[in-house]
Design a protein around this ligand. Sequence first.
Ligand code: PLP
Length: 957
Amino acid sequence: MLALHELTQTDDFIRRHVGPGAQEQSEMLSALALPSLEALIEQTVPAGIRLPAPMAIGESQSEAQALSALKAIASKNDIYRSYIGMGYYGTHTPNVILRNVLENPGWYTAYTPYQPEIAQGRLEALLNFQQMTMDLTGLDLANASLLDEATAAAEAMAMAKRVSKNKKSNLFFIADDTHPQTIDVICQRAEFFGFETIIGKPEQLAELDVFGALLQYPGTTGEVRDLTPFIDRVHACKGIVAVASDLMALVALKAPGEMGADIVLGSSQRFGVPMGYGGPHAAFFATRDAFKRSMPGRIIGVSKDRRGKAALRMALQTREQHIRREKANSNICTAQVLLANMASFYAVFHGPEGLSCIAERIHRMAAIMAAAAVQKGVTLRHAQFFDTLTLTGLDKNAVLARAQAARINLRADLDNAIAISLDETTTEADLALLLTVLFGELHGLDIHQLDTQVQAEDTGVNDALRRQSAILTHPVFHLYRSETEVLRYIRRLEGRDLSLNHSMIALGSCTMKLNATAEMIPISWPEFANLHPFCPAAQAQGYHELIQLLEQWLVTITGYDAVCMQPNSGAQGEYAGLLAIRHYQASQGETQRNICLIPSSAHGTNPASAHMAGLEVVVVSCDKAGNIDVEELRAKAQQHSEQLSCLMVTYPSTHGVYEQPIAEICDIIHQYGGQVYLDGANMNAQVGLTSPGFIGADVSHLNLHKTFAIPHGGGGPGMGPIGVKQHLAPFVPGHVVVKGKSTQGAVSAAPFGSASILPISWMYIAMLGGKGLRRASEVAILNANYVEQRLSGHYPVLYTGNNGRVAHECIIDLRPLKESSGISELDIAKRLNDYGFHAPTMSFPVAGTLMVEPTESESKAELDRFIDAMISIRLEIAKVEAGEWPLADNPLVNAPHTLDDMLDADWTHPYDRHVAAYPAPAVRSNKFWPFVNRIDDVYGDRNLFCSCLPMSAYEDE
Ligand SMILES: *Cc1c(COP(=O)(O)O)cnc(C)c1O
């Protein structure tokens, strides 16, 4: 018998996170003719960069242990009622959305909808998000989310420069009543774009010649006013006007689009997404039709499938970084899809009447508070407002002391004034409490009397500024009002999407690993969900402890000296890291260093980020084996040594191999005075085995939404913290509102980016421990090599490294097959859907290929199903090659097959229905039906249509 302490499942989580068990691992190792995992690692990771000792991360904790440790940390957050505003407001997440979207792996484990036939659900939810944005902003076209309000404003500035006809001006105006964090981010962004900025009162525009201006409506201190004269003035000098706004205010107020604004942006947070100490939240961004090709971010458009059925897809992809690289509209890749979906379902859930009621109620309470202030002889800074009042002439210290005693946060950073922002969660009791906090006692104040008075006087905002136009007239915002209907609508859309809870998603460079439920649970804890990012530090001690612990772990894992948590995507991390390099070089008197070497195989965000940091991109080629051409690199580094700023390199390379001379590459760059930016997207092949700091790099971003288990969310959220060596530490982003060690400008709206998803990565590291993290990397490499081994007999594998091994992913070259059969990588990608799989990464980093990254989380059984599908597809291609099936009519070019196909009265194809829909035995018990047939991309871009379908489309359904 075992002793009590032996009756525990040690390393339980490691075994659950790592797909293949001991038996499966040894079978895979035998297939590779290897005695052990260690032997595989020796053959793959170059000896010179292998870590000499295990990482000091600690033991793995069980789910229960880690959850209770994290709960103890979370409980150090002290939740006050926050009326701080500044872009973050209390909101009620409808529970049907909380449980069925935010907490539902069907929604949160999906990938960015690059394969639209198996992503129609989230594409529809995003189209609804766009429609809602268009209706509320009064503009023609909206995108499917940006990272946050401040970065959206910075994107608006860059877009204004692109489209403004005022080519002589280099000046961008920012209204001084814009949220301070937005101003901070814009000014930082302007620095390396080389724009001048001026912060002032909109009246000053009369004397200025600008290419663009940002106004805020309502202003940060609450003022609502007609922007038309300022917009007209900017238009008179051919400038572009962007308006930062608030969706809830826009429910009640005249749309900025109706005042002539060219761009309207803001945060959709208060549409049901918790404040989460700063994020993640989806920014919205709308513009005029004329500027559609210049808009940043992804746009969902309506096209048709091959049966003529309406089908959704990401439109105008050619504007993006994957294609345009340093000429792209922005570097945004991962956005905020999950949160945009939540906001769009919030609008569907409430509908226009529900939203109007919420907005009117918030406004009424603000008006009552304003009337109370007048009665008490307190001055209102602005006569017209929506939800935010700024009061002067109070005893500020006394008010703040009463607020503290009542566990209430007010906005206190304004000179001699206090501001209060009310929200959906504010009750009459809260209002009464607020009145006592503000005025010392309720004596003489009766909320019902004040209500009657406010109604009679119709105060708050004058009629000209009230919304007259209808919102959300589209059927989708009217059809689902009962919870049953909403639940089924969410479920119906979920069922159109293939997510990780159906089958593996072997996307190279994206690391679609397990997002364990225990990792996800803490994000909905109120201690993490309900903190305002600008609350006093004393209330956020739990967050600070979490962030500090996670930073320490990441410092250990990366081999760097410091980690900064601000960037909220990988691409933002790249930008922040490059800024750190530039600011460091400037501090050394080397402002002339403006050249960035980038290998030709780099991810599109690298050149796009370099461009944003004011760097000139010089491309370094790769040799036939896919490795960086070291001699060319040396020559270019030498040639540009005076001006060399940095190298951006991905390791293991985007080609999926551990390049031998990586340490030498770092040395070359340093020798010529440059810095090494190592793109950390492929950290999953490094953790515990080697590290960027150990290799010799200076700065990296980590995609916590790849390696560190944050789910992909269907295209976001993500987190892209950067690790830096000591000399760069003073140059990481700072924050104007929440001051920390760094005094630099900000790159995100919130000081710690999307703080509320950090518990996911914390849980991941805590539960795996040092040993499990290393094991995860080893098995990720094992799985990739097993796939490579089994597929290489059927398809050529493009690149291998040492000893014929790959790293954690491998590229299958389909170009020869296309030559011989006419079947393309796209046909294979779509045919995989019939087998129940999402396609691997297509045509990146090499056109005409698929890049497979299985991750450690996939069991051998699942890998075998995938490999068998790929082999079966190869046999199908052989039939096309042999002329058995014509190129124009075979299961590959007709893929994916839908139920509609199956129900066709006459089936005319040279293969039968079973071959079409049940191509492998395993499919019968787990069939995924693509909701639409193959989508016509060209039609969609030629006939751009980015709003919800008209009622007639529903009637057809
Ligand atoms: C995913 C990825 C990025 C960008 O990360 P986002 O979070 O999508 O912005 C950058 N580089 C590489 C190699 C990547 O795979």
